[in-house]
Design a protein around this ligand. Sequence first.
Ligand SMILES: Cc1cc2nc3c(=O)[nH]c(=O)nc-3n(C[C@H](O)[C@H](O)[C@H](O)COP(=O)(O)OP(=O)(O)OC[C@H]3O[C@@H](n4cnc5c(N)ncnc54)[C@H](O)[C@@H]3O)c2cc1C
Length: 513
Amino acid sequence: MSRPTHRAIARAPHVITLPKIERDPDVLQSFLSDAAHVPGGTADGVVFPGNVDEVAVIVATATHILPVGAQSSLTGGATPRGDVVLSTRRLSHIGEPEEGAVRVGAGVPLSELHQFLAARDLFYPPAPTFDGAFVGGTIATNAAGAATFKYGVTRNWLKGLTVVLADGSILDVKRGDVRASEEGLFEIETIGRGLVPVRVPTYEVPTHLPKLSAGYFAMPALDLVDLFCGSEGTLGIIVEATLAVKRRPLRCVALVSCESEEQAVKLAAALRNHSRFGHGTLDVAAIEYIDSKSLQLLDDATFARAGIGRPAPSATVLLVQMEIEHKFDTTLEEFQDVLRVHRIENDPVVALPDDERTAARLFELRESVPAAVNARVGAAKMRVHPDIQKVAGDFIVPSSSIEQALALYRDAFECRGLQYAIWGHISDGNLHPNLIPRSLDDVEKGRDALREMARGVIALGGAPLAEHGVGRNPLKQMFLRELYGEEGIEEMRAVKRALDPEGKFAAGVLFPP
Ligand SMILES: Cc1cc2nc3c(=O)[nH]c(=O)nc-3n(C[C@H](O)[C@H](O)[C@H](O)COP(=O)(O)OP(=O)(O)OC[C@H]3O[C@@H](n4cnc5c(N)ncnc54)[C@H](O)[C@@H]3O)c2cc1C
């Protein structure tokens, strides 16, 4: 094996054909917004390159480009602001898996990748809850999901990338091949701009947290792959990736109704302790948390489909994913024991590994929560004021501080007289406090509450940017500044200037252009 170097050599495209830039308003219309539903998106065109050469040519000739995948961003990062939108949807190739890895086009939805891999008894674990997200988008945001607890984030599964740089050079980079020098420098030999030095930022990334999507990753001897992972489209366009995969596990899903938030938080902590990462043998992959206020937003039919009655007003639900070795594995008895010790009265609804139908219904209940909140935000926007927007946090704290963090979120909303719901990935300490706005004034107060929560979360050793990224959301950009300071932002800007001196890619994402 060759020793890593800090120098990477890019290549030129083989074939120079400029793909058509679509300017039909009806086609453009469907690209003007992402899942954050920030109003006012405008695009100068949309282009659908079908291979890396076409991406390189369009990048070399364009002035402002926004790469997008499924536009499921919750930060406005995939909402164009006059850019040409580069849709990756035609970059949809999936190669045959080899030696525990699969080569995939950036435009492959994770749901398709999962199906493809399942047919080969394989599995790609670090999926966000929304599995319609594209491979390129999940790498660009270093997405994480429920099962981060067991499997880590996208970065941990990324073995290589093909990226198109701002001058249209194509960079193929394998993990382990290119690492920053002792002085913290990469040198990239480009086609159009000669040798480009890129200095790795010196801020300290809070790597003790299980997930983080907060601007450019940095560490001594940084791998070049990791600079692009989480860069939210600002440094280059991810065209293909090599992803590690593993044998598909036997997964059980259990819906546990707890009588109170306190009981749910204690049970989640006990399950973490009984997991293989604690002192036990339970192979816990994920624990999702849905608070009583979230449950109250759901209709009776949603509970009926999940196989439970409407919970009592104070009830809180955990959705636990566990893996077993074989169908006669007895570790589930340990799970029952933990429930008994914590005095869980109702039997959990359990989907065993071959019962995908029940598992889907349980996940549907989880997914109904953000959908119900979004519906309320949409209704308030229609009926009360068009400027009403979603106001939501994506906070992470060390698992020992979850109780304090929940109290912080609740107090910040309640002392301002706001309505809210809280849910998320409690196994990682990553919860999403969401405002339920009734007026424009609520939106302002909600943002103020989030600012207070962000400061509190940082004080607890956590971070206000766990998995959704920063995007073009001014509040999240402020959180990024609070996390790394103005100096850190200036170091990020220097990386951006080195790789994209004309500010071609995703202008205004991470920091103002
Ligand atoms: C219901 C719901 C649940 C969600 N749950 C989770 C969750 O559990 N965990 C989580 O991490 N996220 C979650 N998200 C957020 C979102 O799904 C993720 O951020 C996802 O990774 C975005 O993928 P995408 O393909 O939709 O990217 P987009 O939204 O299209 O783009 C996101 C960002 O990446 C950039 N980008 C996209 N493709 C490329 C590319 N090929 N090259 C370079 N840059 C690119 C864009 O410019 C943009 O800045 C959720 C969203 C929704 C709506």
